[in-house]
Ligand binder design. Structure first.
Ligand code: 6R9
Length: 589
């Protein structure tokens, strides 16, 4: 491997690095109690708990007010530093503004923005006021935004002038509950106010929050195979797991420079882009710009990043950019590197070893689990290709669902569904307005993840795939139904089926199969038009990258599109059990 020439000299300084936060896995598990993890928090009078208080005010009250909470790197070269004390004051202003606007307990506040400091202020201020913070992915087009704003019943949205004009303004009529829109960089637009002007007018102090551990705090939309996106609801108690995993898995400690590259519109960008690092007293590095290998290496070096949390797609893009881009950089401050969101190829782990002198540590979790559940730890051997072992306090297993609604535990090397023994502090408490879907996630006291996996005799878990049809593209979870619904709105489309197909960089890309209405004929022009149509509605991150015309789509007897079969045909795989297929005899022939 090219990188082996880069044997890093700085690793000889490894003895200067602090000891790992988790030293002995077995004894950490054996001696673990959630009550002890809970007792590490500052808490509020009368048993109250608040995520923002733990993340920011606690640090200020314990004398770390002058420490940096954020180093913000703007797209155009700007660099801004914000201390914990400043962040506490700014989030107080936002909480005061919410309260004076009549928003409080349980009200949803959404953000549609990239990586900007205002996002942090909104998240923390909302939590302080007892509101529920809900981030939206800024690369979404108007359709997914409308669906999520409507389902969340958001009363307030913080966004930018450009995103507002392009994606939200025209929807206002469909969103009667959305009372107020604040723009981080404007205010003259119809129906919107200036974030900064309004905050300026608020006091920067306020009494401690009055939230309880089981009060709703965070709402994250995620996708299933069918239906509208699911709103996974988390409570303030989740911060117990955020802080714990930040320490035990990401090895964070006060004063660390920490960079999480995730988009704030997804769960990682909140749990590990904001809460876990701040609750551990670290300094966030936040880069507004999109991926650029040279820029990233320069940031790691210049900002002396100690802990880095990224995604396999980014790792593969760095690998693609070549070892030359990394050469001549000093990554001596880097102590721990981890990734999440999709399978991390063993090559990525080994490449990191050559270029950085240390491996990437794979971690596994989901929107629903709220925090890291399975991980490779800094002090433990990394098994390239394995997601690692369960967090202390977490019991993970491979199970098979029984027809009677129960679940049977399977042994080593047997493939089944990855399950976690309920409950733990950051387990989601509901799918908003979807009680039945929530209940389907549980059987015999297990939370069932929908992932297929195995574990070996040493307790390391290995990812196999999804048991449903959701697509992971560049680490983003996309529901095929949402993409199909957008295509169906085009007048030429009779039926659409959407699947993920393997891609060497993005993991999977989205591919659509479309059957046209009788008076429309396939053409290259129509293909481009349909892709463009989907991009306008869904946004480039969600729209299909490829589109094929077909005469009709394989369906079950009850009329559901068999995406599994589309995928098998596309990839030349065995089709599996087709007994429920409509016209099964022909298909099997
Ligand atoms: C945090 C996050 C969850 C799904 C999950 C699984 C996939 C996450 C993974 C992984 C293989 C890993 N996933 N981590 N697959 N190896 N280390 O990504 O949440 O967006 O809800 O996605 O992502 O399929 O079920 P979310």
């Amino acid at each position: 491997m090219a990188g082996t020439m880069l044997q890093p000299l700085y690793k000889s300084l490894a003895s200067l690095e602090p000891e790992p936060q988790l030293i002995d896995y077995a004894s950490a598990r054996a001696g673990f109690s959630w009550a002890a993890a809970r007792a590490e928090l500052a808490g509020l009078p009368d048993g109250g708990l608040n995520i923002a208080w733990e993340a920011v005010d606690r640090q200020v009250n314990e004398g770390r007010g002058d420490a940096l909470a954020l180093i913000w790197l703007g797209k155009t070269g700007e660099r801004r530093e914000i201390s914990y004390a400043e962040l506490a004051r700014a989030s107080n202003r936002f909480a005061n503004l919410l309260e004076r606007s009549g928003l409080g307990k349980g009200d949803r506040v959404c953000v549609l923005a990239g990586r900007v400091p205002e996002l942090l202020v909104t998240a923390l201020g909302s939590l302080k006021a007892g509101a529920v913070f809900c981030p939206l992915f800024s690369a979404f087009g108007p359709d997914p935004i409308r669906v999520r704003l409507a389902k969340s019943q958001a009363r307030l949205l913080v966004t930018t002038a450009l995103l507002y004009q392009r994606k939200v303004q025209a929807l206002r009529g469909d969103l009667p509950e959305l009372e107020r829109v604040l723009l981080t960089d404007g205010g003259g637009e119809t129906g919107a106010d200036s974030f900064h002007a309004l905050l300026e007018a608020e006091a920067d102090h306020r009494p401690a929050p009055r939230t309880r551990p089981e009060d709703s705090a965070l709402l994250h939309f995620t996708s299933g195979t069918t239906g509208t996106p699911k709103g996974a609801l988390h409570v303030h108690e989740a911060v117990v797991a955020h802080r714990l995993t930040g320490r035990l898995v990401l090895d964070l400690r006060p004063g660390d420079r920490y960079w999480c590259t995730a988009d704030p519109g997804w769960v990682t960008g909140v749990s590990y882009g904001i809460i876990a690092p701040l609750a551990n007293g670290a300094t966030l590095v936040m880069d507004e710009a999109e991926f650029d290998a040279r820029r990233w290496y320069a940031i790691l070096e210049r900002e002396r990043v100690n802990v880095w949390y990224t995604a396999p797609t980014a790792v593969r893009m760095l690998m693609k950019a070549g070892a030359d881009a990394a050469r001549s950089h000093d990554f001596g401050a880097l102590r721990f590197m981890a990734s999440v969101g999709e399978p991390l190829n063993p090559e990525g782990v080994l490449w990191a070893q050559a270029v950085f002198g240390q491996p990437f540590h794979d971690t596994w979790w989901q929107t629903e689990t709220g925090a890291i559940m399975i991980a490779n730890y800094r002090s433990q051997e990394v098994r390239p290709g394995s997601m690692g072992r369960p967090l202390p306090g977490i019991e993970a297993a491979i199970v098979r669902r029984r027809p009677d609604g129960g679940a049977d535990r399977l042994g080593p090397d047997q493939e089944g569904e990855l399950a976690l023994r309920a409950a733990w502090p950051s387990l989601f408490r509901a799918y908003l307005h979807d009680e039945a879907r929530y209940r389907q996630c549980f059987a015999d006291g297990w939370y069932l993840s929908g992932d297929l996996a195995t574990h070996d005799a040493d307790g390391y878990f290995w990812f196999v795939g999804r048991s449903d049809d959701v697509i992971k593209t560049s680490g983003h979870l996309i529901g095929p139904f949402e993409v199909e619904s957008a295509l169906l709105e085009h007048p030429a489309v009779a039926e659409a089926g959407v699947i993920g197909i393997p891609d060497p960089v993005a993991g999977e890309i989205i591919k659509a199969f479309v059957a046209l209405k009788p008076d429309h004929a396939p053409s290259e022009r129509l293909r481009k038009e349909l892709i463009g149509f989907a991009r306008t509605r869904l946004g480039p991150a969600v729209a299909p990258r490829e589109l094929d015309f077909v005469d009709d789509l394989p369906k079950t007897r009850s009329g559901k599109i068999m995406r599994r079969l589309l995928r098998a045909r596309e990839l030349g795989l065995p089709a599996g059990d087709l007994s429920t297929l409509e016209g099964a005899d022909e298909a099997n022939a």
